[in-house]
Every structure is written in C-alpha cells, then in structure tokens.
Ligand binder design. Structure first.
Ligand SMILES: Cc1ncc(COP(=O)(O)O)c(C=O)c1O
Length: 354
C-alpha cells in the first residue's frame, strides 16, 4: 500500500458521551489521523491519540486563512462503520484545494485516512437513530512565512466527533433570517470551496439573526436578490408540485446531501429544477398559496424543514410540520443510514474489508 499508516493507540481512552446528549461537535473520539505535505508529496500518514497539534504562530493557516475542511459522516453498519459517499467528499476536498492553492489529497490517502480512523474509533460511532460519527478531514497551511503566497507545507488531518441532530433532539421547523446586508460569498470568490474563511464571513450576520430568535441566515447573492444557501445547508422549495433549488455556482457549496436529494427526487419522478430563485419570486408564490414547503439539506442537518423566512418586514410562513417531500426524503435517508433500507446506489462504503 503506498500510504502505510502507522498506528499509535491511546493508552487513556475517554469515557463515551451519554447517548441522547451528543449535540453537535461537543465530543471528540480517541484518535486523530495526520499526514504532512512538504511541497513535493504527502508523507507521515499516521493515527495518534487525539490531542493538540503544534503550529508555528506564523503559519499560513493562522495568518492568511489558507485552511479548509470537509464534513461527512460514518454510520453504524452491521459489520462495522459505513462512510456516506466518501468519494464525493474527496472530489469536493480537492476542488477546494485547487481554489485555495493547496495540494490535492489523493483519493487513496483520503479514503485510507477515513477508513483507518473509523476503524480505530469504531466504538465511537453512535448507534441511536439519527446520530452518526461526524468526520472532519481538514487541511491547513503550516509553513512559517509572512510573505503573501501559498504555503510550501501543509498538514492534512481528520478528527471524529459523535453527533446527534445539528438542531437538537426535537428540531422544529427552522426560522431563517433572509440577509440583505452582508453576503457570504461573491461571484468569483471562494464560496464554492469549503474554506474556513467562508464561515467567518457569515458569523456576524448569523449572530445578529440568532439574537433575534432565528436559527440561521438565508444567504442571497451579491445583488441581494437571488437565493444561494442557508448557514450550513443547501435549500429547496416546493412550488406547487415542482421542487426548485438554486443552481450551483462559484458562490455556494455543492452539498453532497443536495446531490443525494436531487438523485432521490429524480428517481421518484418528482419534477425538479435547478435554477435561479429570487426572493421576490418566492414571496409571490407564497402570496398565491403556491409555496408548499421549504427545507434545507446538509450532512449535519440531514433534511430540515424551514418554517419561516423573515425578509425585511415580510414574514413568509410555511407549516409547523415537515412538508410531505421533506418528510419522505428525511425518512429515506435516515432509514438508509440506519441500514433499514437497501443501499441500491452504493452510497455507503464499508470501512472494513469484506
Ligand atoms: C455552507 C454550506 N452549504 C451547504 C452545506 C451542505 O453540504 P453537505 O450536504 O455536503 O453537507 C454545508 C454543509 O455542511 C455548508 O457548510
């Protein structure tokens, strides 16, 4: 195997968090995967006990934000952990890497890292319905150099966190604030990359929205007209019998869940449109009673109903329940993750060799 992974097991395993109280990103498993890039190639692939990593204060990740990550999940299968669509996450990681002048992580290394970590920490994969082991492949620039140019050294690491539902154990339909001042990403920018910088760009508006009782922000494009995505989700709207979602571009993230949901909807022969959706258009459909449901999709959010959109003075209200399409999608995905449904599309990849 070209990437031989050295394993140093912890001698001090942590207690497992209480079931039903996982939250999102509050607990970390026992191990960490690490590998370095020195400008020529990747080496030093290893599993070590979870802990702090040394970093020079002048590292490019800290100074210029040359840093990015992936977010994906492992679920409990009958014969060990299963990874959800890891190849698609590998492709997105490398698309982010190219945009941010970082080295690509060969798919073999990416999958090897996930497999090795999920294998070591298999007992951290929660078994309760809806819970999973969230995996966070991350790449940061580590060279100490203050000139502005891409770093010549990088660290690729993967951490694991057992998680429940992102919006709590009994999520209610989300209230979203339609942001008309800040933008998360502009055309030609880095919005399609999973760069940490995109998340800090959205924090001020998200905090403002949260202070007013909203769960997340609905981001519009730089003209403040067209809908892009929500905090950590892609968004879908059912207008009569057609499900509409914003077209991908360079200012929004191409969600793996978005792709999965589009695949399912097309298989079910539901009419879907990937196209520009304006807030004005949505408001008009709502007035005419044609806006039947709205939902967000994401690794953490799965399929979360949107109950309200606050757009300036105008409140666009949807139901207090998950709509019928969102419900069917949610059930299908949760049943798939819980191995209660055959995996016809090969989306779940076993960690252990069969
Ligand atoms: C900004 C943003 N958009 C969309 C998504 C949904 O992507 P995915 O379905 O791959 O998790 C995320 C997810 O984590 C996100 O952070």
């Amino acid at each position: 195997m070209p990437f031989d992974i050295q394993v140093t097991r912890t001698t001090n395993p942590k207690p497992r968090p209480p079931a039903g109280d996982l939250g999102f990103g509050r607990f970390y498993s026992d191990h960490l995967f690490l590998a370095e890039h020195d400008g020529r190639g990747w080496s030093g692939a290893r599993i070590v006990p979870y802990g702090p990593i040394p970093l020079d204060p002048a590292a490019g990740a800290l100074q210029y934000g040359q840093a990015m990550f992936e977010g994906m999940k492992a679920v409990a299968g009958e014969h060990g952990p299963l990874l959800f669509r890891p190849q698609m996450h590998a492709r997105r990681m490398n698309a982010s890497a190219r945009r941010l002048c970082m080295p690509e992580v060969p798919e073999e290394l990416f999958l090897g890292a996930l497999r090795a970590l999920a294998h070591e920490d298999a007992s951290w994969v929660p078994a309760e319905p809806g819970a999973s082991l969230y995996l966070r492949p991350t790449m940061i620039a580590t060279e100490a150099y203050l000139g502005v140019r891409p770093s010549k050294k990088y660290l690729f690491y993967v951490l694991a966190s057992p998680v429940g539902n992102y919006f709590g154990p009994r999520p209610t339909p989300l209230r979203l604030w339609v942001e008309t001042e800040h933008v998360r990403a502009a055309r030609g920018g880095i919005g399609a990359a999973k760069a940490g910088a995109n998340y800090v760009a959205g924090m001020a508006a998200a905090e403002r929205a949260k202070a007013q009782g909203f769960h997340q922000v609905l981001w519009l494009d730089q003209t403040h007209r067209e809908i892009e995505e929500a905090g950590t989700m892609n968004v879908f709207f059912r207008i009569d019998d057609t499900v509409v979602t914003p077209l991908l571009g360079d200012s929004l993230l191409a969600g793996v869940t978005r792709d999965s949901v589009l695949t399912l909807l097309r298989e079910w022969k539901v009419k879907v449109e990937e196209r520009a959706v304006g807030m004005a258009e949505l408001a008009e459909h709502s007035t005419r009673g044609r806006l039947k449901e709205a939902f967000g999709t994401g690794t953490a959010a799965t399929v979360s109903a949107i109950g309200e959109l606050q757009w300036g003075q105008r409140s666009i209200r949807l139901g207090d329940e998950r709509g019928e399409v969102a419900e069917r999608l949610y059930r299908t995905l949760v049943d798939l993750f819980g191995s209660r449904r055959p995996d016809a599309r090969g989306w779940l990849v076993p960690v252990e060799p069969s």
